[in-house]
Design a protein around this ligand. Sequence first.
Ligand SMILES: Cc1ncc(COP(=O)(O)O)c(C=O)c1O
Length: 462
Amino acid sequence: MNIRELIKQRQTENFTLHEQYLNAQMVNVLKTIGFDRHYVKAEGPYLFDAQGECYLDLLSGFGVFALGRNHPKVIQTLQQVLTSDLPNLVQLDVSLLSGLLAERLLTITPNGLERVFFANSGTETIEAAIKFSRCATGRAKIVYCQGGYHGLSMGSLSATGDPHFRNGFGPLLPDFIEAPFNDLAALEQALAGKDVAAFITEPIQGHGVRIPADDYLPGAADLCRRYGALFIVDEVQTGLGRTGKLWAVDHWGVEPDILCMAKPLSGGFVPVGALACRQWIFDKVFNRMDRAVVHGSTFGKNNLAMAAGLVVLDVIEEEQLVENAACLGGQIIADLKALVEQHEYLKEVRGRGMMMALEFSEPKSLSLKLPWKMLESANKGLFSQMITVPLFTNHRILSQVAGHGMNVVKFMPPLTITDRDRRWIVDAVSDVVADAHRVPGAVWDFGKTLATQAMRMKAKAN
Ligand SMILES: Cc1ncc(COP(=O)(O)O)c(C=O)c1O
């Protein structure tokens, strides 16, 4: 098999193949919003299409590409693994590379975390955290946050506070209790019965990029300790430098009992997840020889994933990516914040490091209010597409809407972007947001098309 030849021969068949054999709705979405490009090459923060156009990727594969795409050092390390005839997944053995990655991770995770469990994805680390918490405390209940996201397997989904993902998949797991994010009084109420195994939250909610008040996470950690619940932080998206600190909890000096990480640890090549926790929790789960494999996964700890993790940590340090995320990310946020004063639709710009959001809301002036209402009545959150679509089609910037039914546009650039990319982002956003304030105008012609499509879809669904 010559995979290069195969790709070359069938380069443009991706949409038809997906229409025929995979999720055709995804193809519908891409075609509807005009995101149906044939990408043929990727390098760092850039994607290139068949016409040679270069796109700046502010989606980063939902946060996977902290190092950018196809990082040469990661490739070199993975090639070494592939050509070294290493024993892999022996199972009745303990591998060196997983030991080395665990050792390395525990030098950089928050104080008190002394053991590592490896999985193959973010959601698997959450599943492990839920099981470990129940086993360690002997309690069943899990408290999670409204609006939070922890993955789509059954346990993670039961802790995900977004009806969009939950609807249609019930019944979910029992004993999962929702509490509003950023509300210590509500959390205390949920924990006060002293029957909760763990409270789980993202330090900054990925959906909507919601940043808690400064007292929330330290207060939550205190409450967990007071009521005997474990404090699980989900750093699957925020971890490893994304927010301008190695861990988002470092912004608030919080020490969790369990920390979950995944996406960027893969280097963008090999799926991986890791959970770091306190020793006593591990000891409760793996408490006897006959329970040595009581939780695990066949592909966990595989050599390629472990090597990817090791080289990713090297690159983060060598290229000072956490510092770049803090400095350049902070600058982009500041530049974008300056636009709020000038544009009525733009309500707020917020973020930490390379995790940032622009929130849009109903304006005061009548000439802008009416078109806003037209879009919102067709579909809540539709306005945000008036930003992401022209960012893509006019400025070749790939970005996303931060969640369902919200007018929040989210940027998660690779941590490697440069000052030239900062200017690309700021100039493009200035242009697109200004354009959206020209009513009537070309953008609003597109808005009308969006609204008509949304109405048609609604009518079809009814
Ligand atoms: C905060 C958070 N937790 C968990 C997950 C699930 O990770 P995965 O998609 O690798 O299962 C995600 C994925 O987006 C995430 O953002």
